[in-house]
Write a protein that binds this ligand. Structure first.
Ligand SMILES: [Zn+2]
Length: 473
């Protein structure tokens, strides 16, 4: 049974969008597994090979972007993509989040794709989906609290999933030879639903004998705990704070699982959580620093300190306030990223808003990929009401994905929260959505207020937006 695909004349889609998605998704994961061995091998590449590979990739990206993106063509100046080097990037302007928002239709390179169409996919899809040309559309509140809309093409997703998983895969194969009799169970503690990219990126069975189980990380913790208990995972991947909390539950005798490998992402991994994971399981931890714009910037190898930059697929530049690169030991005002796999929507010298510190010297794991220290970023603060804890994600999943909200700040009150939003959302609908998101935590909808404001004051020292302001802080 077929019906017209909404907003796309001449296309048909099966009546069950979830099943159609799962079939394509399954084919996509076959492509990821096929490419993983290549990506694992790159971890042992000598410096010169990394450099020559990424130079070719950079020329390819710039050449494509100049031809197919009016935005990038206008900014290329006298830089010739055919001969450009990594150092030449400094001759291009910095790309800002606000420009991405305002110039979306001039940046995207996929024929027939524009912001309105991408928004329509987000609004109309009943589950994760692929467009007829194989794009996935995601939205995110982002670390700055400003909503963005992103498109990833088919090949890009294959690369990003390999970047996210190759360190773990290398380590798994180093421990023991592949064995068809083995069974692995991966618990995936991510957003769990559209429009966030985290679930497709991390719900990946990297070997044929692995099964995955998605557990929404923003659910009340008692539910998460129950689900994890039922799954009995051998491997964990998820939001750093949730994995940390599971580790503390082990220490408290509330959970009994023994994962052999732990992967964390989406939030900075604090000392407190890292120590708890160490104490609970003593398992290798692969922390990941990423963004929906670039995908994956750096991943921990599970052995040495810090995170290895994905130097074959991402170019990071630490620059001063004027966008000029600074030396490894000099303080940087911003970190710029160029995503070499992002052809559908090229990000070139994109300001990530995070601060990174380079780690000197080689890693004990032997990889020549350079490292950054754990990225501190800003940690979302959970709200505590007496002995109840409400995760920031419960707010973020509503406010960060509403297309009519461009910025928000949540201020904790005695019995709920005061929410400031910039934009033109349907306020009663937002209050209702927050009410149902917070209801499981025991916070009544009546205690939530939402105000539309012109501007949200930023932290004076850093200029950053503080999205969550706990009571008394
Ligand atoms: Zn390493």
């Amino acid at each position: 049974m077929f019906e017209p695909f909404p907003g796309d004349t001449g296309q048909v889609a099966p009546a069950d969008p979830k099943a159609a998605y799962e079939r394509l998704r399954s084919a996509h994961l076959n492509a990821v597994r096929a490419s993983l061995a290549d990506h694992v091998a790159r971890l042992a590449w000598p410096r010169e090979r990394i450099d020559s590979y990424r130079t070719e990739r950079l020329r390819s990206l710039l050449g494509f972007a100049r031809e197919r993106s009016a935005f990038h063509a206008a900014r290329m100046g006298d830089v010739d993509p055919a001969t450009a080097t990594v150092d030449d990037l400094a001759r291009l302007p910095v790309m800002l989040k606000q420009e991405v928002d305002e110039e979306w239709d001039r940046i995207v390179t996929v024929p027939g794709t524009d912001r309105a169409g991408a928004e329509r996919v987000l609004a109309e899809q009943e589950w994760y989906s692929y467009t007829p040309s194989g794009l996935q559309v995601f939205s995110s509140g982002g670390s700055s609290g400003v909503r963005g809309v992103y498109v990833w093409d088919w090949e890009q997703f294959v690369t990003l999933a390999c970047l996210a998983w190759r360190w773990q895969t290398r380590a798994e194969f180093a421990v023991s030879a592949p064995d068809e009799g083995r069974q692995a169970r991966l618990a995936v503690l991510e957003a769990g639903e559209p429009p966030h990219a985290s679930t497709p990126l991390f719900d990946v069975a990297t070997v044929p004998w692995m099964r995955t189980f998605v557990i929404p990380a923003a659910a009340p913790f008692e539910e998460v705990l129950r689900a994890v208990t039922d799954v009995r995972p051998t491997h964990l991947v998820g939001y750093a704070s949730v994995v940390g909390r599971l580790a503390r539950a082990v220490a408290a005798g509330e959970l009994d699982i023994r994962p052999v490998r732990v992967s964390t992402n989406s939030e900075p991994l604090g000392e407190e959580d890292r120590d708890a994971i160490d104490t609970a399981w003593g398992a290798p931890v692969h922390n990941l620093w990423g963004s929906t714009e670039i995908g994956v910037q750096a991943v921990g190898c599970g052995r040495g300190e810090g995170l290895h930059i994905c130097e074959d697929e991402v170019i990071l530049e630490r620059v001063d306030a004027a966008g000029k690169p600074v030396g490894p030991d000099e303080p940087a005002a911003r970190t710029l990223a160029t995503g070499l796999a992002g052809r559908a929507f090229p990000f070139v010298r994109y300001d990530l808003g995070d601060e990174v510190t380079l780690l000197p010297g080689p890693c004990q794991c032997g990889s020549a990929m350079r490292r950054v220290a754990d990225v501190a970023g800003r940690r979302d603060d959970d709200f505590r009401y007496g002995d109840r804890v409400v995760q920031a994600a419960a707010f973020r999943h509503v406010l960060g994905t509403d297309p009519l909200i461009s910025e928000y700040q949540v201020r904790q009150t005695e019995s709920g929260a005061d929410v400031l939003v910039v934009g033109s959302p349907d306020v009663p609908a937002v209050v209702a959505a927050l009410g149902s998101s917070l209801h499981p935590y025991g916070v009544p909808a009546a205690a939530i207020t939402v105000h539309i404001v012109e501007e949200i004051p930023r932290t004076a020292a850093t200029g950053k937006l503080r999205r969550f302001v706990p009571l008394g802080r």
